[in-house]
Design a protein around this ligand. Sequence first.
Ligand code: GRF
Length: 201
Amino acid sequence: MRGVVLISGSGSNLQAIIDQADNIDLNISCVISNHANAYGLTRASNAGIPCHVIDHTQFNSREIFDQAVSETIDQYNPGIVILAGFMRIFTEAFAQQYCGKMLNIHPSLLPKFQGLNTHQRVIDAGENEHGVSIHFVTTELDGGPTIAQSRIAVLADDDASSLAKRVLIEEHKLYPKVIHWFTQGRLKLKNGKAVLDGKAL
Ligand code: GRF
């Protein structure tokens, strides 16, 4: 299945997906970044994947930016759109356009800790567990139906950076696995629910 990956930064999840692409029936058609200096672009180039920079600061509105992104995505006619650390909020129209085929990874156990700075907020809240969620993207920010989560324990001496490192290890294992469910046709969004092998998750 052809896929387009959207990034904003380091692209370590992108790297995990590139490394597994052959095993998960994914052909990464292109990588789109809203930052020209995102290290993920180097990772994509190293893997021979076409890259596009669409700098959101060059657009007067979210609508026009989203339109430019969707025009680029649609050139590749992908079966899946993968948000991998893409740090822009989409318009409802964009979310609707790719509804059912756009996935996002979020570094918290959703519905807890939507939004930014999740690792520090987990520590501040005194949580004893943390993790990562992968969900279908709907019009609700970080709120679409959850597909899968991995959990880690929060240790007494953890800080935001140690938590981020351990959560990322889980992210890199979980995202390729979930993408594979999708490329195999096992994972769908049906009536607002994530469904795997015909069973609601
Ligand atoms: C990850 O923690 C991801 O969950 C979040 O942004 C971070 C991206 O990291 N959405 P990377 O660019 O994949 O290294």
